[in-house]
Design a protein around this ligand. Structure first.
Ligand code: UT7
Length: 329
């Protein structure tokens, strides 16, 4: 029997209705549209408003739409890899809450925490269960309600993030389509530059941690930028080189959407021309685990069977990586 590869057979995305523009942000913190646009490329981002709504509520419409497109029921899913940095609760896993919400009664699942690289780590992990023949349908979800951990008094950080969700279904393929290769990295020495100070076992929640605003994402933007701009570009180039791919062989570069300048640096390093670089940062900002599946969802109609895609991401941890995917439909 020929080798099994893990093909993406459907993608979908969801963003909430509320649009937080640069103009509205400039009424909340000392900033302006010109600064945000030139430094990041972001014009607006989506925010999930309403009491009692969590990350899983962003993922539900994304995945129900995906199942409809693929023409299958939730009970057919074997495994859910739920990639998020903003779980509904510290425990149990959002994968469990989410499976219950969509009726994935035959699935097991787990949460995967790799910050902005989560969806790539999730695809690489989910692919293993397909490649071994263990599972037939693996759902990889990337979803974050970043507005729940963003400090809207920190002007250098709050301008970047937004809420959203996306998902991809992995199924066995016998003709060489799907996840072909991955380069995945992590380096805990990057923790000081991007983390949440309190709320974990190191520093449980207290009046003091709340007063000190330690339950928000803390980022030293310049330091993170320096690592992101070289590492994301390097791994994308590495996965291309070791698969003997030149820029001409690449149909689409799908970069994590954290900062347009980081996207441009990755494109320049790989040599992929502007028209083949997927960018939607101006409308959604950095949705953390959702950026890459949202790009796949919005560009799905343009992809052709056999297209070579290079996915690349960098995030807190530090984590970073790149995947080479041969599009299957
Ligand atoms: O996806 C997860 C990984 N995260 C990233 O990849 C983010 C990487 N970092 C970045 O994208 C950028 O570092 C930021 C967009 C976060 C910040 O841009 P920057 O060019 O690195 O700005 P900075 O933080 O070095 O600040 C430069 C100046 C400072 O003023 P002074 O000290 O030079 O007077 C800031 O106070 O810009 C000021 N500033 C702002 N001014 C207007 C910072 N934020 C703002 C703001 N509006 N929103």
């Amino acid at each position: 029997m020929s080798k099994i590869t893990a093909a993406i057979t459907a993608v979908n995305g969801y963003v909430p209705d509320y649009v937080l523009t640069n103009a509205e942000l400039s009424t909340m913190v000392d900033t302006n549209d010109e600064w945000i646009t030139t430094r990041t490329g972001i014009k607006e981002r989506r925010i999930l408003k309403g009491e009692g709504l969590a990350t899983s509520d962003l993922a539900v419409p994304a995945v129900l739409g995906l199942l409809k497109k693929r023409g299958i029921g939730a009970e057919e899913i074997d495994l859910i890899v739920f990639c998020t940095t903003t779980p509904d609760m510290p425990f149990p896993a959002t994968a469990n809450l989410f499976a219950h919400k969509i009726g994935a009664v035959n699935a097991w699942g787990f949460d995967l925490q790799a910050a902005c690289s989560g969806f790539l780590f999730g695809l690489a992990t989910g692919a293993q269960f397909i490649e071994t023949g263990r599972h037939k349908k693996v759902l990889v979800v990337g979803a974050d309600k970043m507005s729940s951990i963003v400090d809207y008094q920190d002007r250098a950080t709050c301008i970047i993030f937004g809420d959203g969700a996306g998902a991809a279904l992995l199924e066995p393929n016998y003709d060489g389509y799907g996840v072909i290769d991955s380069v995945l990295k992590s380096d805990g020495s990057g923790i000081p530059f991007l983390h949440m100070k309190a709320g974990g076992s190191l520093k449980p929640a207290s009046h003091e941690t709340i007063d000190a605003r330690e339950h928000y994402a803390y980022q030293e933007g310049k330091a993170v930028f320096k690592f992101a701009v070289t590492n994301m570009a390097d791994v994308a180039a590495e996965v291309m080189e070791r698969n003997s791919l030149t820029a001409d062989d690449i149909a689409w570069l799908v970069p994590h959407q954290a900062n347009k300048r980081i996207i441009d640096a990755t494109a320049a390093r790989t040599g992929v021309s502007e028209g083949k670089v997927i960018v939607n940062i101006e409308r959604y900002g950095n949705t953390t685990n959702a950026t890459i599946p949202l790009c796949l969802w919005e560009w799905e109609d343009k992809f052709k069977k056999g297209d070579n895609l290079i996915l690349a991401a960098f995030g807190g941890g530090f984590t970073w990586g790149s995947l080479y995917i041969k599009w299957a439909y």
